[in-house]
Design a protein around this ligand. Structure first.
Ligand SMILES: *Cc1c(COP(=O)(O)O)cnc(C)c1O
Length: 426
């Protein structure tokens, strides 16, 4: 099935229930068992079914199976936020004493989570260059449990060399986790390039209207074989889990990365997606493809306008021929379309702030992926918890402005930026 059809139909059987065309919201905490044996069978995984909404929910199931197919995966787990998706994906394989390798260009929340909070749990993060991946292999050791990166990074709009990262990881039997939030499942599918696990903040383009926070974790086919082949690095999957009466995950005929998140992490940490938010996301997913085309087309027009503007020193947008990521965009992004994020640099910190304050149609908001256009100054907001040195390493200049281009008519967006930046100059 083509992706646009998957987004509308996958994972929902309208012959069950009352034939509802809109996927019903199972706004329930728990589910009645037929009898005691049914309950026992569900807990023992002899039968699959709903027990408690912290673990599974029929509305969330539809979102999960739709998303798994959109990302060319076999299973997905929806969680309460993008941050919890990242945390669960890493915590599913790493424990105190281990390390992970993280991209030098990441969302600010991912940086603080992976370098500070994870460190308190004894998991160290080492940084590699995501665009070249030249320093990746030398940093892998016996304790490296995952390589985490963003396909298209927020806010630098740097495009990863996905295939290269995945091939280095494969050579050493290390799991790759790709945050595909900015590129979206319709413009890029990291699993096609060899990535094991994809995560999204569904709060962004998936939702598209700024009405719900959510996250999702998708696994590729064959993860049980991967864990069996790399059992020394990943004993959690091949050795009995004492917290689940000795269950061995690779022995269960289900996608085992997701299974362990559901049975262990959702059970114990509980960042479950609300069924209502799952329903919102099922609805917005229907138009994801259409929206991503428009976000990308609008953004390219605006990137061209900015590039020609004398007051703009540099524009970062991988669909521009002048961008460092242009050839990778042609390779990894569908039809070279590069989503709706642009960053551009101006002369000074004050000038960047002045432009933000002068924009009228663009709202000053730290979100991305909304249908309405947004503008922000990353160095003083989303990435303000990073030191000056960390900002430099991450390529976040104090003079950079980030735009999240919405679905308005580009004529109006360009007119607004034009008056905000001022003086066309020469
Ligand atoms: C927003 C964002 C996150 C965090 O997602 P939340 O849903 O806000 O928790 C993670 N990764 C990227 C790339 C993001 O843009």
């Amino acid at each position: 099935m083509q992706k646009q059809t998957v987004a509308l139909h996958a994972g929902y059987d309208k012959t069950i229930g009352n034939g509802e065309m809109s996927v019903p919201i199972s706004q329930t905490t728990a589910y009645a068992f037929r009898d005691a044996e049914h309950a026992a069978n569900l807990f023992a995984l002899k039968e699959l079914g709903s027990i408690y909404t912290r673990l599974t929910n029929p509305t969330t199931d539809v979102l999960e199976s739709r998303y798994a197919q959109l990302e060319d995966g076999v299973a997905a787990i929806a969680v309460a936020s993008g941050q919890s998706a990242i945390f669960y994906a890493v915590a599913n394989v790493a424990q105190a004493g281990d390390n992970i390798l993280i991209s030098d260009k990441l969302y600010g929340g991912a940086v603080t989570l992976l370098t500070f909070t994870m460190k308190r749990f004894g998991i160290d993060a080492k940084v590699f260059c995501v665009e070249s991946a030249g320093d990746l292999e030398e940093q892998i050791d016996d304790k490296t449990k995952a390589i985490f990166f963003e396909s298209l990074s927020n806010p630098q709009i740097a495009l990863a060399d996905i295939e290269k990262i995945a091939s280095v990881a494969k050579k050493h039997g290390v799991l790759t986790i790709c945050d595909n939030t900015v590129a979206s499942a319709v413009l890029c599918n990291p699993i096609q390039w060899g990535v094991d696990i994809v995560v999204h903040s569904t709060s962004k383009y998936t939702n598209g209207q700024g009405t719900a926070i959510g996250g999702i974790i998708i696994e590729r086919e064959g993860m049980c074989e991967f864990f069996k082949a790399n059992a020394k690095r990943y004993p959690f999957f091949t050795e009995p889990d004492a917290s689940y009466h000795g269950l061995v995950y690779v022995d269960v005929p289900l996608p085992c990365f997701s299974l362990r998140i559901r049975l262990g992490l959702l059970r114990d940490l509980g960042a479950a997606q609300s069924p209502f938010n799952s329903w919102l996301l099922i609805n917005t997913l229907e138009t994801l493809d259409l929206r991503m085309q428009k976000h990308s087309d609008n953004a390219l027009e605006i990137a061209n306008f900015l590039e020609a503007h004398p007051k703009v020193l540099k524009v970062n947008y991988p669909a521009l021929k002048s961008d460092d990521g242009y050839s990778r965009a042609q390779k990894y992004l569908k039809n070279g379309k590069a989503s709706g994020l642009i960053s551009f640099e101006v002369e000074s910190y004050d000038e960047a702030k002045r432009i933000i304050d002068s924009a009228k149609l663009f709202s000053v908001v730290v979100n991305i992926g909304d249908s309405k256009s947004l503008i922000v100054h990353p160095a003083s907001t989303t990435h303000s918890q990073m030191s000056e040195e960390e900002l430099t390493v991450a390529g976040i200049k104090p003079t950079a402005v980030r735009l999240s281009i919405g679905l308005e008519d580009s004529i109006d967006l360009i007119a607004d930026l034009s008056q905000a930046i001022g003086e066309q100059g020469i």
